[in-house]
Design a protein around this ligand. Structure first.
Ligand code: NAD
Length: 321
């Protein structure tokens, strides 16, 4: 068995490798070569923690395993460790023997950023110039860094419910050599690509804030009840998802489907666009919307890539188990 500790992940995983791993597994999901298992998420009644498992099997990449972890709200204050904690376990699909244990904290941010990036690569207009960010928390910085590599952006605009957090994303724009402008929500109309990555339960983004031809990646809604965008925006958009079942149950589409504005059949797998079985964007005025809910197979894909690199670089810890 191989162990790749959390402290090694930053040295091993690149944004490009995360992108390739996530793009491949989305493609495998759409061709029915990979599937996610039902998600377990439990309030364990200790430390107010939410703990759970996300797993799956990718027959194309021969990756089997799970991510275990969750959210411990008191961690930072009481124990000096971050509140989100996760570890990824991989198993040999031929024998069921555990093959690797990999730190999952940084990988979660990288695989989530890779998902919106994959959607931008495949769905945004080629001539996209203005990148719009809704959200400025932990995930937002990873999202923006990866997104800026997908098109020749000339400017970043941002809005956040807590404006004092905006310098987090301004710094990323500056590192990429791009001007940053804080805008109100009406100002988002200027964006060609928008990423939303907030933890809100009340939508901030209304249909009127998004102009024709925009690609929007909704990445924050990953739980029943959360909502970042007005349901009517989904009715005006061509909607894609990492996984349709999650999109309608815990993703952004849960609200539009419940309101009868769109049907499950109106949501397309992003993997179908990657595989060329769905045409994706059809014109420059179409709004495309990616509902990225976060699936276990993304975690397994990046973990498998990390294990490979750790072995190549001699950084893998081998344990007789
Ligand atoms: P964070 O706590 O660092 O940041 C939270 C963000 O939400 C900030 O921008 C904050 O200003 C904003 N926010 C909080 N309350 C708000 C409100 N009432 N209205 C509008 N905005 C509000 O969190 P994070 O780690 O950056 O995670 C952001 C979201 O992404 C969470 O909902 C998290 O569950 C989700 N997430 C999704 C995936 C996925 O795969 N789709 C993966 C990881 C995290």
């Amino acid at each position: 068995m191989i162990i790749v500790p959390e402290r090694e992940i930053a040295n091993l995983m690149t944004r490009d490798a995360a992108f390739d791993a996530v793009e491949s597994v989305f493609a495998a999901m759409a061709s029915d070569d990979a599937y996610n298992f039902p998600v377990i998420r439990e309030a364990i009644g200790h430390e107010d923690a939410l703990y759970g498992f996300k797993g799956g099997f990718d027959r194309a990449g021969m990756t089997l395993g799970l991510k275990a972890g969750g959210y411990w709200p008191n961690n930072l204050e009481k124990h000096g460790v971050i509140n989100h904690q996760s570890s990824i376990f991989l198993f040999d699909p031929d024998t069921g023997k555990v093959s690797a244990m990999v730190g999952g904290n940084l990988l979660t941010a990288l695989r989530t950023a890779a998902a919106s990036s994959v959607s931008i690569r495949h769905l945004a207009r080629e001539d996209a110039k203005v990148m719009g960010m809704i959200g400025a928390g932990h995930q937002a910085t990873f999202q923006l860094r990866a997104a800026l590599e997908q098109r020749n952006f000339e400017k970043v605009i941002g809005w956040n419910y807590h404006p004092e957090m905006l310098p987090n994303i301004e710094k990323v724009a500056q590192e990429a050599g791009l001007p940053f402008e804080a805008v109100d929500l009406d100002g988002m109309i200027e964006a060609d690509v928008v990423i939303s990555i907030t933890s809100t339960f009340n939508p901030s983004i209304m249909a009127k804030h998004i102009s024709p031809g925009t690609h929007i990646a909704c990445m924050g809604t990953d739980t029943k009840g959360k909502q970042e965008v007005e349901a009517g925006l989904l009715a005006k958009s061509t909607v894609f998802a990492d996984e349709v079942a999650q999109s309608i149950s815990i993703g952004e589409a849960q609200h539009a489907v419940a309101a009868g504005l769109i049907r499950k059949a109106d949501i397309h797998q992003i993997g179908a666009v990657i595989n060329g079985t769905h045409k994706g964007r059809t014109c420059d005025t179409e709004i495309t919307l990616f509902d990225g809910t976060g699936v276990g197979l993304q975690d397994l894909a990046v973990a498998a890539a990390v294990v490979k690199r750790a072995v190549e670089k001699g950084l893998a810890i081998h344990v007789d188990f």
